[in-house]
Design a protein around this ligand. Structure first.
Ligand code: NDP
Length: 307
């Protein structure tokens, strides 16, 4: 069986183009540009990269962005004050607080302080509640992007067995709810699940959001399954890369020349050999997250401007 790629890069680019068209249309009708505020606390290098990519993606889509940076020493009250100010700003439709934030700051209090109508990351309890109740609201970007990818790849979920490995609030749990809404029969697995390979083998659609390199191997995958790999793990050891990628020359070159390559939570050779459709890492789920953030920001502006 030859597995086909679900091209997150192409779908992400298409969504970004659609958002750019939507913002251009708003402007053409005399409305202001949608606005996104990104709050970045501390010096976490990965967070800095994520926020820069989001700011750049906003510019490309015609969305105004405001990056608000604070040192790692901020207090909960400082961050709450930033959020309260952003809640009242007329030019801001979306507020994102880049996670993780320093330990002394109460993350729950910060996320709860965001106006749910500006919560474009979809992490506020009101928006989580809307998702549970199948009501309109903002949905977490990674699972929402995966749903868009499945839809645009022609995957019919009705009546299918879907297994989600991982129950985090940002990926696993909302993912399961979204698959359920599309009438899949959903099982959620986690670190205490017994016989994980056996449960995964029941899956017509398998979503791995674990954060453990190549944990899902051949004997977890039903032949012909659709496999979505959310994990992003860095591999530096050439022997490990050799094992994961079956000696794929491009990957081996990357490890030799750049010092590392990325692998998901699913063993690549297992996806290639057993799946019908799968998401590569990188280029699968990753590009969809930012695309959905832009899409949520446009949606927020359209609602706020009653456009
Ligand atoms: P979390 O660490 O919050 O959650 C991981 C989940 O995996 C937990 O529910 C945990 O179970 C479960 N788990 C851990 N070990 C096992 C195991 N051995 N067997 C079964 N389940 C296990 O991670 P996230 O959901 O935030 O992220 C998951 C992965 O996705 C990471 O690699 C992350 O980098 C990536 N990611 C990628 C994004 C993208 O845009 N592509 C966006 C967000 C995340 P338990 O609850 O029992 O501890």
């Amino acid at each position: 069986m030859t597995a086909q790629i679900m091209d997150g890069k192409a779908v992400g680019a298409a969504i970004r183009r659609e958002v750019a068209e939507g913002t251009a249309e708003l402007r053409a009708r005399g409305f202001r540009a949608p606005g996104l505020a990104a709050v970045l606390i501390g010096e976490n290098p990965a967070s800095k990269v994520y926020v820069s990519s989001k700011v750049k993606a906003c510019a490309e889509a015609g969305i105004f962005s405001d990056k608000i940076e604070r040192p790692a020493t901020v207090t909960t009250e400082d961050v709450l004050q930033i959020v309260r100010d952003l809640n009242t700003r007329e030019d801001i439709d979306g507020i994102l607080v880049q996670l993780p934030i320093p330990k002394q700051v109460d993350e729950g209090a910060v996320l709860r302080a965001i106006d749910p109508t500006k919560d474009v990351d979809g992490f506020h309890p009101v928006n989580m509640g809307n998702l549970v109740l199948d009501q309109r609201g903002f949905e977490p970007c990674t699972p929402a992007g995966i749903m868009e990818l499945l839809k645009r790849s022609g995957v019919d979920l009705k009546g299918k067995n879907a297994v989600v490995v991982g129950r985090s609030h940002i990926v696993g749990k909302p993912m399961a709810l979204m698959l359920l809404r599309e009438h899949a029969t959903v099982t959620i697995c986690h670190s205490r699940t017994q016989d994980l390979p056996g449960v995964c083998r029941q899956a017509d659609v398998l979503v791995a959001a674990i954060g453990k390199p190549a944990l899902i191997t051949h004997d977890f995958i039903k032949p012909g399954a659709v496999v979505v790999d959310v994990g992003i793990n860095r591999v530096t050891d050439p022997a490990e890369a050799e094992r994961y990628f079956g000696g794929d020359p491009d990957r081996m070159k990357q490890v030799r020349e750049k010092g590392s390559t990325l692998v998901g939570d699913v063993l690549p050779t297992a996806m290639w050999e057993k799946a019908s459709l799968y998401t590569p890492v990188p280029g699968g789920v990753g590009p969809l997250t930012i695309a959905m953030l832009l899409s949520n920001t446009l949606k927020s502006a359209q609602m706020r401007l009653r456009a």
